[in-house]
Every structure is written in structure tokens, then in C-alpha cells.
Design a protein. Structure first.
Length: 101
């Protein structure tokens, strides 16, 4: 039936929220909630900095769990002009990746 799994839907929602946080114009989120890396990523130019965590509780938190997924997205997705364009590019990428596997 090709329905999306719960994990895929959660990952998509996490990426949409991350996009909204990084492009927050109303300053709802704390300034250093997600920190961009000083080093440019190979896949995208909005690479997030990953802090070292030694507590199991923090490893499952939102700000830690989304970093690797976000950093794996290509520039065409993370540089979208608005959230609707981001959703479209993200969905297109997931369809392309699904075909390859």
C-alpha cells in the first residue's frame, strides 16, 4: 500500500519543526536552541553543531536526535524559501531515496 510508517511521519515532523526553529523571525525559541556549526557541511550550508552528551536522557531529546538527520539533508531542502517549499522538497527527497532502496 506504500503508507508511511509512524517513524517516517515523526522524522518529517521533526525536520519541519527544525526548519521553523532555524528560520524563526518572531524569536519564539531561545537564541542558542539550535546552533549552526562554524564548519560548512558537505551536504548543506546550514549544518547544525552537535554537542557531546554523556547522559542517556539527553541522547533521546529533540535537540540531539534531529541533528544527524538535518545535517544529511541536501542544500535544496534546507535552503527552501518558506515552510511549504521545505515540505515539498523534503517529500520529494524522501520519494527519491525510497526508490533507491
Amino acid at each position: 500500500m506504500k503508507l508511511t510508517t509512524v517513524e517516517e511521519r515523526q522524522r518529517r515532523l521533526d525536520m519541519i519543526l527544525t526548519y521553523k526553529i532555524l528560520n524563526d523571525k518572531s524569536n519564539i525559541y531561545p537564541k542558542e536552541f539550535l546552533k549552526l556549526s562554524d564548519r560548512v557541511g558537505r551536504k548543506n550550508s546550514k549544518k547544525l553543531f552537535k554537542i557531546r552528551v554523556n547522559k542517556e536522557l539527553k541522547k533521546n531529546g529533540f535537540t540531539f536526535r534531529i541533528i544527524d538527520q538535518w545535517n544529511d539533508l541536501p542544500d535544496r531542502v534546507v535552503m527552501a524559501e518558506n515552510v511549504n517549499m521545505f515540505k515539498g522538497e523534503y517529500d520529494r527527497l524522501m520519494r527519491e531515496v525510497g526508490r533507491q532502496t
